[in-house]
Design a protein around this ligand. Structure first.
Ligand SMILES: [Zn+2]
Length: 108
C-alpha cells in the first residue's frame, strides 16, 4: 500500500473514518506480525525481553482496538480528556492516540 499518495494542498482538520480505519488497520497488522515473530522466536526463552515486548505490543493492540471503536461511534480524533480535536499530524504518527499532546503530558 503506497503511503505517500498525492496529498491535498490544504489538509483537512480530521481524518475521514475511512482514512482512520486504514491507518489503524496498518498499525494493527504490523503489530500482529511483530507479535507473531516474537511468539515464534520466544518459544524456548519465554521470559525477558520477549515477554516485555509482547506485553507492550498487546497493550498497543488493545489501544488500536479501542480506537476502532471510536471510529465507529464518531469520537475518533477527539481528545478523550479535553474533548478538543486531536491534530491530524499527531494522528498520522500515532493513529490510536486517545488524547492530545497536552493532555498526554498532563496525565504522564
Ligand atoms: Zn486534550
Amino acid at each position: 500500500m503506497p503511503l505517500d499518495t498525492a496529498r491535498p494542498e490544504s489538509r483537512p482538520e480530521r481524518l475521514t473514518a475511512h482514512e482512520a480505519r486504514q491507518r489503524l488497520e496498518h498499525e494493527r497488522d504490523s503489530r500482529l506480525v511483530q507479535l507473531k515473530a516474537i511468539e515464534e522466536a520466544g518459544r524456548e526463552a519465554d521470559d525477558h525481553p520477549m515477554a516485555v515486548q509482547k506485553d507492550s505490543l498487546q497493550r498497543v493492540l488493545k489501544d488500536i482496538g479501542a480506537a476502532f471503536g471510536r471510529v465507529d461511534d464518531g469520537t475518533y480524533g477527539t481528545c478523550q480528556e479535553c474533548a478538543q480535536p486531536i491534530p491530524v499530524e499527531r494522528l498520522e504518527i500515532l493513529p490510536y492516540a486517545r488524547c492530545c499532546v497536552g493532555c498526554q503530558r498532563r496525565s504522564a
